[in-house]
Design a protein around this ligand. Sequence first.
Ligand code: AMP
Length: 491
Amino acid sequence: MEEFLRKHLTFLTSFWNKIHPSHLPSNCSLGFFDPEAVSLQPDLDSNPELPDISLVSVLYDFTARGMDELSVQRGDKLSIIKEDGEYVLARRLSGELAMGYVPANYVAKIDRETASSNWYFSGITRNEAQLLLVSPPNCHGSFLIRDSESSPGEYSLSVRNHTKINHFRICKGPSGSLCIQQGHTFPSLEELLTFYMVNWKVIQSPLLQPCIRKRTPEKDEWERPRSEFMLRRKLGEGYFGEVWEGVWKNTLPVAIKVMKQADMRAEDFTKEIQNLKSLKHDKLIKLYAVCSMGEPLYIVTELMRKGNLQSYLSSAEGKELRTVCLIDITCQVADGMTYLEEQHVVHRDLAARNILVGNNLICKIADFGLARILKDDVYSTRGDTKIPVKWTAPEAANYRTYSSKSDVWSYGILLYEVFTYGQCPYEGMTNQETIQQITQGYRLPRPVTCSPNIYCTMLECWSVNPEDRPSFLDLREKLYSIYRRLQHSLS
Ligand code: AMP
């Protein structure tokens, strides 16, 4: 019987493992919990000293109003560090590992088993569930459990019955027991599902297979067929794959970033692309389209003819730029970064190589937030990996605490790059030596083309304490006023 159930109800594997532990692999201590599925940090799970961390799912979007709060989106999964009156101190479990306070009534507890189950769809609405279940490859008998919209902390079961979708409220009793109908209570969602799979006639909806998650391209105006794009010329290569100059529908010149899914966490990729779609500013590279069906992924953006700022500054044309033009560039970057700061988006890799230059010295920020979607081993601080140490604030390099203030540190390095016409910072030092020197108080010297007041700003960006660094708003004001004064004196 056990074999039969295992074979036919494979999506309940974790449940079978729990009641028949002999099937667990010998090295698996928490066999029914797959940490990868909720992107938990591996060290959280491997530390036997840690207490059982409570997991919650975010029910409503929340925008942080101060440094101590955490901006979250419906469907995010968080671990609770502390309950504090009407707030909880929570840590994000995927993407940027930020931590902060969130209103307690914006989150609902979930257990680890549920979080890692393929039938649990965190953060989707009744309408979205309906749309997913009616879309192929889902069919008669496809089902899912989601957070209830009207009753926070409770769940709903949505089942496709031929062409109709039925929704059943799963109520929670005071002791935490779960039930769809009075008289049938269960200690867990898995056990509730097992019962209704066998006794489906009670709800007149057979539960045959968990809903298959899929992206719905027809819903997404950004998603375009790959055939609309033609790759013409390779422009460069970065951490995120190759970048090509191409054309869209044989007419519009575009830049196409060609990325391998293997280098990314799928759920972070989706979230991050959402970020790219929602961020709009004159000084940010404009996203045109995405091809995310199949491999490789294409991210299509506006084409910046003069390439990245670092190469541009060291080119013959760049070397001709006068100081006023250099200040203009720094103002444009500060402008775009002020917008990201307001949106609570941390760039994590601000550097001249990630600023793109167009005609008339137009500069735009690229790759904002993309560092978050790379798998840890690509962008980790461990070993001699690709973390841009010379641009990274000490607290970010050492403890991975990224914030707008760590971006400000990087902006200080970018100022140095601009005023040295693209020189590599800390030239001749290894990453290790740079960290050592910075810790001992060493700071880059003033470039000859840089005025003392701008150098003073650079030094402020490199304050040890992130709080002592200026905001991007301050930087923008300061640099613009220097720029205006200089222009005035030249005219
Ligand atoms: P990335 O992977 O973003 O670091 O890009 C690698 C290189 O491709 C950059 O350093 C640029 O030289 C070039 N590149 C990236 N995006 C664009 C774009 N939108 N327009 C022109 N060149 C680009």
